[in-house]
Design a protein around this ligand. Structure first.
Ligand SMILES: Cc1cc2nc3c(=O)[nH]c(=O)nc-3n(C[C@H](O)[C@H](O)[C@H](O)COP(=O)(O)OP(=O)(O)OC[C@H]3O[C@@H](n4cnc5c(N)ncnc54)[C@H](O)[C@@H]3O)c2cc1C
Length: 465
């Protein structure tokens, strides 16, 4: 869809100030350069105006005004996305949800939370845990908003046991590009009532509607947790142990893999060591349960499988402090790699049984291309994060080589019947790869859904499909 957009004028600024108040509108030199990028995209796109509404009414009036005026609008949460989803490719308005940050209700009878989109993941997790409840999805970046998590269908560390954000969204309130407000789903555990617009909006990356309220499913909080660190000689060996752990009947709450290089980067970044060093690759697992004997048995079974598969050792962390320190290390991986300089990433997902083949492929690629390629990710659910670092290379040669490496990685993912993104989404950075991976019929259907919601192509243009 090629669209002719209008530029933001002084009259538009005045109208948005009328809707939201002057403090909520940033224009020209008031706009921080932070709004020109997200956490990974290398390019910068400055918005013409940034607005921070506080209510669904304000969102609706902003969208209705921009629709009328033909001005593009890009929804944005905390801007922690990794594929350029929250940047204004075509200028216009960036609509930031971080002031819509109220937890409206924690309904202990129905195990449901109702939140505004700007609530931060870490706040929701902390608040429900105080009530002995549990919000199971656990994406790595805790300062992301729940609206962002829903819009990217964020995955994270506990997807292997509990599923992803989608599995915990029961209903939504959203504003359509022309300002109409809709509600989907509700506080219901089952829903077979027509097409699931809730599911369509989850993962739609701000391309169909602006999400203004979210109804989330909660669980009782597990009483105990145990974490394990398992060092191996190499990545292939570590990853090939995963199906054996799963077929031994143990589903961990988290099962992560990483390479030595990533661990070393995190140690340097955090300024503290890890309980083990020197191995080429690691698995890190956590198990939830309600009783110590139950977890003890789990540990014994998993340790036996790992040691039989060549693990050097199986280190155990019982106390909550030690476990928190371990997972903090894991949480710092991306930030640590970013601190080393430019990088680009791949977030492919393959069937868990194919993950070893994929890792072997990337190891060959690394040797063949001579580029610093490192990986870590969610071994249990087949979602790999592969990072191509610039290292000492000059920027242009690195960009060229990265493109070539990415093309080969995505071609391999397709050969193994994997998908372009497991959890970070498409944004604009992965759009070409998504288009290549879809059949013309599927792509056409996706585009007709987009134009059904947004006939003028004003909401987050240039993203997804
Ligand atoms: C260190 C680090 C670790 C990370 N770990 C993980 C991980 O483990 N798993 C994972 O899945 N992701 C991870 N991410 C990526 C990122 O945190 C997620 O994509 C997150 O869901 C983005 O939330 P946000 O609030 O920052 O959204 P933004 O980046 O602001 O926006 C993301 C997309 O959602 C849209 N959007 C945001 N809010 C709304 C709304 N209310 N209505 C409509 N559209 C909206 C935007 O237009 C954009 O397309 C990580 C990022 C970092 C930096």
């Amino acid at each position: 869809m090629t669209m002719q957009y209008e530029k933001v004028t002084k009259q538009d600024v005045e109208r948005l100030c009328e809707i939201c108040g002057e403090d909520a509108v940033l224009w020209q030199e008031d706009i921080s350069p932070d709004y020109s990028h997200d956490e990974l995209s290398l390019e910068r796109f400055a918005p013409e105006l940034v607005v921070l509404p506080q209510s669904v009414r304000e969102v609706s009036e902003i969208l209705a005004h921009c629709y009328e005026r033909n001005i593009p609008v890009t929804p944005r949460g905390s801007g922690t996305g990794l594929c350029g989803g929250a940047v204004a490719l075509h200028g216009g308005v960036v609509l930031v949800t971080t002031k819509m940050d109220r937890i409206l209700e924690i309904d202990q009878e129905n195990l449901v939370a109702v939140v505004e989109p700007g609530v931060l993941l870490m706040e929701l997790q902390a608040q429900v845990e105080e009530l002995d409840l549990f919000y199971a999805p656990d994406p790595g970046e805790k300062t992301a908003t729940i609206g962002g998590n829903v819009s990217t269908n964020a995955g994270g560390m506990r997807a292997i046991k509990y599923g992803v954000t989608r599995d915990f969204v029961l209903g939504l309130e959203a504003v359509l590009p022309d300002g109409r407000i809709i509600e989907t789903g509700g506080k219901v555990m089952k829903n077979s009532s027509g097409y699931s617009l809730t599911d369509l909006l989850i993962g739609s990356e701000g391309n169909l509607a602006v999400i203004t309220k979210i109804i989330l499913r909660l669980l009782p909080r597990p009483k105990r947790q145990l974490s394990l660190v398992v060092p191996f000689d190499g990545l292939s060996q570590a990853v090939s142990t995963v199906p054996k752990i799963l077929s031994a009947g143990e589903i961990p709450a988290a099962l992560e893999f990483f390479q030595r290089e990533v661990l070393e980067a995190a140690a340097e970044y955090l300024g503290r060591g890890f309980p083990h060093s020197g191995a080429q690759a690691y698995l890190m697992l956590s198990f939830f349960g309600n009783g110590a004997p139950e977890l003890e048995k789990t540990y014994e079974r998993v340790a036996e499988v790992c040691l039989k598969n060549g693990a050097h050792d199986v280190l155990i962390a019982h106390t909550s402090d030690r476990q928190a320190a371990l997972w903090e290390n894991r949480g710092a991986f991306l930030e640590a790699l970013k601190a080393m300089g430019d990088l680009d990433e791949v977030d492919v997902v393959v069937a868990p049984s194919q993950i070893a083949a994929f890792i072997e492929f990337t190891e060959h690629l690394r040797v063949e291309c001579g580029l610093p390629i490192v990986s870590f990710g969610h071994a249990g659910d087949g979602n790999l994060h592969i990072y191509i670092l610039r290292g000492e290379l000059d920027r242009d040669s690195w960009l060229n080589s990265t493109k070539e490496v990415m093309d080969r990685i995505y071609a391999k993912a397709q050969e193994l019947k994997g998908l372009v993104s497991g959890e970070h989404g498409i944004g604009f950075a992965k759009r070409g790869y998504l288009q290549e991976s879809l059949s013309p019929d599927v792509l056409e259907l996706m585009r007709s859904i987009k134009s059904g919601f947004d006939p003028k192509g004003l909401l987050n243009p240039g993203k997804v499909c």
